[in-house]
Design a protein around this ligand. Structure first.
Ligand code: GRF
Length: 211
């Protein structure tokens, strides 16, 4: 059984999908707790599944290091096998990353290395991209730079708004995230065997074939 702590900042649709996946014993996933950097609406999903939650808000700390130290203490309290950043919109300092690496993964709404950062969907539209997508990757000290585990592409449609495109990406993202976590739980994907120094190419963007 792979034990997981999930960190979120927002509506938590990826979290909800993970909680639903964990509900199926065949997936071998257990969500131990969900943390957030604000009283995010997505925490309600955890409460519905009787999963404990914690909020560690940066504004209650003198600096980012002090904030992330307490966040890390909360995560470590549960001693998870894996920590999943599922829409967690803060950059974590190297001390947090190295304490959990390589068992710290993130989902990002673009085909990295294209469009890293907080506005990936907006940036893809602004660049006139015809195709964007989603990447699940191991977190390293950079912003969205860690070894890529899986990617899936999503077509940009004429007239797409940021919201419409992001919603279509998120539909794919939820399935990709679950698939990666399930593979880690099954042992078919071994994070300890990745070379953290390389932009590993386990990821080959595949067309979105869920529709
Ligand atoms: C996801 O697209 C995530 O990759 C991005 O923000 C979105 C969060 O969505 N960073 P949700 O909170 O899981 O609904």
């Amino acid at each position: 059984m792979l034990s997981v702590v999930v960190l979120i900042s927002g509506s938590g649709s990826n979290l909800k999908a993970l909680l639903e996946a964990a509900d199926n014993p065949l997936n071998g996933i257990r969500v131990l707790a969900v943390g957030a950097d604000n009283p995010a609406s997505g925490l309600e999903h955890a409460e519905l599944f009787n999963v404990p939650t914690f909020v560690v808000a940066p504004q209650n700390f003198e600096n980012r290091q002090a904030w992330s130290d307490v966040l890390l203490e909360n995560v470590k309290f549960y001693n998870p096998d894996l920590v999943v950043l599922a829409g967690f919109m803060r950059i974590l300092p190297p001390s947090f990353v190295s304490a959990l690496s390589p068992n710290l993964i993130n989902t990002h709404p673009s085909l990295l290395p294209e469009f890293p950062g907080a506005h990936a969907v907006r940036d893809a539209l602004a660049a006139g991209a015809k195709v964007t997508g989603v990447t699940v990757h191991v977190v390293d000290a950079g912003v969205d730079t860690g070894p890529r585990l899986e990617q899936r592409s999503v077509e940009v449609l004429a007239g797409d708004s940021e919201h419409d495109l992001h919603e279509r990406i998120k539909a794919v993202e939820r399935q990709l995230l679950i698939s990666v976590v399930r593979d880690i739980a099954a042992g078919t994907l071994n994070l300890a065997q990745l070379d953290p120094a390389s932009q590993n190419s386990l990821a080959q963007p595949s067309a979105n074939n869920f529709h």
